[in-house]
Design a protein around this ligand. Sequence first.
Ligand SMILES: Cc1cc2nc3c(=O)[nH]c(=O)nc-3n(C[C@H](O)[C@H](O)[C@H](O)COP(=O)(O)OP(=O)(O)OC[C@H]3O[C@@H](n4cnc5c(N)ncnc54)[C@H](O)[C@@H]3O)c2cc1C
Length: 407
Amino acid sequence: MNQISDITTTCVIAGAGPGGLMLGLLLARAGVDVTVVEKHADFLRDFRGDTIHPSTLEVMEELGLVEQFLELPHTRAPKLTAEMAGETITMADFSRLPVKHRFIAFMPQWDFLNFLSAQASGYPNFRLLTQARVADLIEAKGRVTGLCVETPDGIVEIHAQLVIGADGRNSVVREKAGLTVESFGEPSEVVWMKLSKQPGDPNEVMGHAGPRQGLVLIDRGDYWQCGFVVRRTTFVDIQQKGIEAFRQGVAAISPLPADRMQEIRSFDDTSLLVVRIDRLTQWWRPGLLCIGDAAHAMSPIGGVGVNLAIQDAVAAANILGQPLREGRLADADLAAVQRRRSFPTKATQKLQLMMRSSRRKDETTEKTAKGPPAFIRGIARWPVLAHVAGRLMGLGFRMEHVRPNRR
Ligand SMILES: Cc1cc2nc3c(=O)[nH]c(=O)nc-3n(C[C@H](O)[C@H](O)[C@H](O)COP(=O)(O)OP(=O)(O)OC[C@H]3O[C@@H](n4cnc5c(N)ncnc54)[C@H](O)[C@@H]3O)c2cc1C
């Protein structure tokens, strides 16, 4: 590849996911020259985190964008339910949250990202480069000073005061920066697929517990997004047994009719998510900071990944906006972002690990044959816990607020 023209910007962000685009929007709004680079040509990717939690809706409210945002097609869940021994129980209730929008909005991630990108593009100091894959870091005297990016036209060097790694759980930026990753618990697998939604299907279903636990159903309007949790085996083994055995396995725990499973024509209609819980011990190096999944991959429990990435972006913009604009960014500012977001990350991961190990313990003692995991039984017994779960899931352990623009 030939080298084409280089770019100089104030902040370059690797990855136009929820974290990267929200940070790009907020920094542009704060008057910082910002360039976001994304390896894909567009945002059309299936089976991504599609949950917009009340904390993210509050951010949109604070930006004055929520009404326009909620005009996009979405479904609303004011509470999340699960089936237990044939009964529907409320797992998380958002109705008492101290925010304006007390529901989860399920919206395809590409609509959310297109919306953020359109808003950010309204600022002349915002630039999005698509089909631009980060290949390497540029460094000088122990400091990261930019990114080397592959584009269809050749290599572009982007020089910046600050590089943000928002390139997800397989982050190239964090790997090239040599940041240390700590992993927690065993990885697990979830197989995602789509099944059509038809008259007579159950309402307001999110997950299934009791005899039917292991299948997550998300109502996407005209179809169900289904997540099959792989237990006591691996996806490779499942594939070896063939598609018909897989259809039967899903049908056995699904509230949908068995013949609906014929819609899964082959394993090409499925998408595997390897669930990992990890985080960086240090999220930054001089000239570089990681946020979102690049700093901490979450389990899908609670669907908090998108919303934590957004909260990281808000905190980063609040702390870094002014120093970046004034050209006086210091390492202490980057450390301050990690300090601010470390507690909610660790607390959420701890909770996810506790829920996972409670389920695994029940599985090894074969309690699942008799009933659902302990935490679901607890919520069924004390309904007030559904409000506590709603608070932790909907708002998280530390909610960030968008600063008014005082430029
Ligand atoms: C199947 C699945 C289901 C999920 N379900 C949920 C859910 O229901 N709710 C929820 O909250 N979370 C869910 N998650 C997790 C959620 O999607 C992530 O936590 C969230 O998107 C993290 O946002 P992010 O901006 O940090 O990273 P990402 O969304 O991963 O975005 C990273 C971006 O960087 C780009 N990129 C990667 N490498 C490079 C490179 N070298 N150069 C340039 N660009 C690059 C990627 O293309 C991507 O656009 C799910 C994830 C998966 C995979």
